[in-house]
Write a protein that binds this ligand. Structure first.
Ligand SMILES: [Zn+2]
Ligand SMILES: [Zn+2]
Length: 261
């Protein structure tokens, strides 16, 4: 009987594999990558939280992305091999990596459906986001539903802050590009679209900041339990987070995202 069940399971699995993707309702969609496809690492993905912490029957705990991948794809034999063609690393070297199919998607927007989880070795997972990696044929990926949407669900609210208001960096939160997208998305959704985004730190007599923008974690009060907000800052102003006592002022009126506690 047991033997029959195993065979039956394999038959079902083969049928499933014939379908391009299958919704499993657990935060991810299984997708068979048949052709040789190019992938890129996602910037800032280490902050993404696992959609599951247990299997649906509660029999085992899911505490890593590779366990999540194995559970969703139904990898009963735990065949975890780095997906990159020609690599072939296995075992403890392998984790579940966040990857995308196009280089212009390496900083995905909140709620994106373009992010895949694939088994990847530490070396390839550590490659720069511009490094293209070709998949082996017949790699089974998990495409995430609504990348980092949990962060959005817990967003809090949009609060207008007046020009000249003092603020401070909360902490050095890294250069996770998610937060600038998050701020822009929240602004578009709740206030209106933006023609341009600029660094809001500084005074009128200072020249405009140059370079790319990041979504910075900031506070408007120097209290330990003060509310934390997200605002667009240039890298020069954001790295003042290394020195939390540096006071900055808002260059213009702006809506900040107040994070829920
Ligand atoms: Zn590898
Ligand atoms: Zn600036």
């Amino acid at each position: 009987m047991r033997r029959f069940q195993t065979k039956f399971f394999m038959l079902v699995a083969v049928l499933w594999f014939g379908i391009a993707s299958e919704s499993v309702g657990l935060g991810g969609v299984k997708e068979n990558i048949n052709t040789i496809t190019e992938f890129f690492n996602v910037a800032g993905s280490s902050a993404d939280k696992l959609p599951l912490n247990k299997t649906s029957d509660g029999s085992s705990k899911i505490s890593s992305w590779i366990q999540y991948w194995a559970y969703i794809v139904g990898d009963k034999n735990n065949i975890k091999v780095c997906f990159v063609d020609g690599c072939g690393k296995k075992g403890d070297e392998i984790g579940g990596g966040h990857v995308v199919k196009k280089i212009n998607l390496v900083c995905p927007w909140p709620g994106s459906n373009d992010v895949y989880i694939l088994p990847i070795c530490k070396t390839h997972n550590g490659k720069d986001v511009c490094y293209g990696m070709i998949s082996r044929t017949n790699v089974v990926a998990v495409r995430l539903d609504n990348y980092r949407k949990k962060d959005m669900l817990n967003f809090g609210s949009m609060v207008v802050k007046k020009r000249g208001t003092p603020f401070w960096n909360k902490e050095e939160t890294g250069r996770d590009p998610y937060f600038i997208h998050f701020w822009a998305e929240m602004h578009t959704k709740h206030i209106g679209s933006l023609r341009s985004i600029f660094c809001v730190a500084g005074n009128d007599d200072e020249p405009s900041c140059e370079g790319g923008l990041l979504g910075a974690h900031i506070v408007f009060e120097e209290r330990e339990d003060a509310d934390v907000y997200i605002l667009p800052l240039c890298l020069r102003h954001k790295i003042k987070g290394g020195n939390e006592s540096k006071e900055m002022t808002l260059k213009s009126d702006i809506y900040a995202v107040r994070l829920a506690k």
